[in-house]
Structure formats: C-alpha cells, structure tokens
Design a protein around this ligand. Structure first.
Ligand code: SF4
Ligand code: F3S
Length: 119
C-alpha cells in the first residue's frame, strides 16, 4: 500500500507534507508533488499536514482521482526527491479552489526551468 497525492495539489504545492515524511518518499515536479510508492511506509503523517487535503491512502482515493495512483508511481520514476518544505506556488490559494485542473499539470522536469512555472 501507499499514499497518493491527488489533483488539488496541482499548481499549489504547499509542501508541508514533505517536511514530515520520515521516508523521503516525495518527488517534486514543476507544479505538483507525488509519492514514490516503494518508499512510502504508510505512516499517514503527511495526510493531516496538507492544508488542502490532497493526500489519500491508496484504497481511499476518491473514484474521480484513481488515475493519480498510477500517475504518482510513474512520475516518481522521473522526478527528483524533495525532503524540505519550500514556499508554495505564488497563486496557490487561487488554484486550490479549482476543481478540474488536470490540464495544468506540468510533467517534465525540464519544465521546472520555465519562467511561467517558477512563480
Ligand atoms: Fe511519507 Fe508517511 Fe506520507 Fe508515506 S504516508 S508519503 S511515508 S509521510
Ligand atoms: Fe501538495 Fe498538499 Fe503536499 S498541496 S505539496 S500535497 S502539502
């Protein structure tokens, strides 16, 4: 089992979750964060840390978010680790209220250098 980051994290990336993880399981993309399933030790510490409730235990992922289970695993293979909290993206509070924002997800590590994603 593992825990899974879901859609609400996109363009928010508050990163409180990262600070509490004892397993260094988080991986960082340009505007989203994922959990590497083979590193996650199912401690659940990250769940209550996320201010917008983006993280679910794998078996509790809402039906409309199920694709994020495989997406977390796939992106964890190509994104670098993150183990310390950093500032949330500049317009995080605005994007936290957006329900359907999958098309905003930047998947490529190279995108992290693009000015539009740095905020
Ligand atoms: Fe890290 Fe625990 Fe969250 Fe897994 S459940 S990502 S080990 S804090
Ligand atoms: Fe994302 Fe919440 Fe962590 S917004 S970066 S899952 S604290």
């Amino acid at each position: 089992m593992t825990f899974v980051v879901t859609e609400s994290c996109i363009r928010c990336k508050h990163t409180e979750c990262v600070d509490v993880c004892p397993a260094d399981a988080f991986r960082e993309g340009p505007n989203f964060i994922v959990i590497a399933p083979h590193y996650c030790i199912d401690c659940a510490l990250c769940v209550t840390e996320c201010p917008i409730h983006s993280i679910f235990e794998e078996s509790d992922v809402p039906e409309d978010q199920v694709r994020f289970i495989t997406l977390n695993a796939a992106l964890a293979e190509i994104w670098p680790p993150i183990s310390c909290k950093k500032a949330a993206l500049a317009d995080a509070s605005q994007w936290a209220r957006v329900k359907d924002k999958f098309d905003q997800l930047s998947m490529m590590p190279a995108d992290m250098a693009r000015p539009a994603d740095r905020h």
